[in-house]
Design a binder for this molecule. Structure first.
Ligand code: XMP
Length: 322
């Protein structure tokens, strides 16, 4: 198994890294077309900028609207990149994703459904239609580590597991960030001229809100976790924490509403302090802030009767719930 050596980027070596990666991407892609998917996270954003420096119009960038992104995310990201001179095509794949999630509750099966839908169905189709030979993607070293360790099958790791993307999906994958961890990707994204809303963006996983739903991922359940996510993100963005999220549980608990029994939903809030996601501790949030969060979620997210705050560390927890 081939695992890259870590490179740590700081202001003094980032320019050199950029020019090396731009050269590498140009020589690997030759005069062919490549595609990449931008989710708006710092990893895929940095790859998009590197790819455009290397290939210009020969890189086709898509935002795959999989139905499991956050509120207004596709439009916001397309807008930010337009300002960077990069045109993004939004590809509607909601139907495909919700079909793939039907009846699945096991976390690893859910991750596999995301992987197959992205890489086989959607990128497969985009590659065929655009005549591309390569897919550029923002896999980082932590994704590889955790997948190889058998902790989680990250949605974007193949070659390190012995899976040949050319054979399996019909295209080659270029991974310019595979020597970096999150803190270095942020240095890179800043040096590439991306705005702070991107280079300091809290991480968001490839399987998106599906990583935050315990049990089946349906449109209705995504709507619930999306609303709770907006509230948590708004309330906790001032903390400067590494990552914060809302999780929808599968089990219901007895609650009451308007004087009647309400067998309702449970939302778990997590807020993490971490440098690079390998280890994390729960942020020491003031009790008042937690209470306000709970009130806002209870008042605005239909059906929720219980809100909890996770105080476990990673390990043994992981950052996402599935
Ligand atoms: P965990 O949950 O494994 O997460 O502690 C570590 C970091 O990785 C993100 N994450 C993912 N990122 N594809 C990704 O690109 C994935 O499948 C995936 N799963 C987790 C997570 O948000 C955290 O920052």
């Amino acid at each position: 198994m081939k695992v890259a050596q870590e490179i740590r980027l700081v202001e003094s070596n980032v320019k050199e890294f950029i020019s090396e990666k731009v050269k590498e991407i140009s020589s690997t892609a030759g005069d062919g077309i490549a595609i990449n998917a931008l989710s708006g996270g710092v990893d895929s954003a940095a790859v998009t900028m590197l790819g455009h420096q290397a290939l210009g119009e020969r890189l086709k960038t898509y935002f795959v609207d999989n139905g499991i992104m956050r509120e207004s995310e596709p439009q916001q990201i397309a807008e930010i990149f337009k300002k960077q001179g990069v045109n993004i095509k939004i590809f509607d794949a909601k139907e495909e994703f919700f079909n793939a999630f039907k009846g699945i509750t096991d976390p690893e099966e859910k991750r596999e459904a995301v992987t197959q839908t992205f890489y086989k169905n959607i990128f497969g189709k985009l590659v065929r239609e655009s005549n591309a030979k390569h897919l550029l993607q923002g896999t980082i070293l932590t994704d590889v580590d955790e997948t190889i360790a058998g902790i989680k099958r990250q949605h974007n790791v193949f070659e390190q597991l012995g899976i040949d993307p050319q054979q399996t999906f019909g295209y080659k994958i270029i991974e310019p960030l595979v020597e970096l961890r999150k803190d270095s990707v942020r240095v890179l994204a800043k040096a590439l001229g991306l705005p702070e809303s991107i280079y300091n963006r809290p991480p968001f996983p490839g399987p998106a809100l599906a990583a935050r739903i315990i049990g089946e991922v349906t449109r209705d359940r995504v709507d619930i976790v999306r609303k709770a996510t907006s509230i948590v993100e708004e309330e906790l963005k001032s903390t400067g924490a590494f990552q914060y999220m809302a999780i929808l549980h599968q089990d219901r608990v007895t609650g009451m509403r308007n004087g009647k029994r309400d067998f309702g939903l449970q939302i778990e809030v997590r807020c993490w302090d971490s440098i690079d996601a390998r280890e994390a501790t729960p942020t020491d949030l003031p009790y008042n802030q937690l209470r306000k969060l709970a009130d806002d979620i209870l008042n605005s997210v239909p059906g929720v009767v219980s809100v909890t705050y996770n105080i476990a560390t990673k390990p043994p927890s992981t950052i996402e719930a599935i």
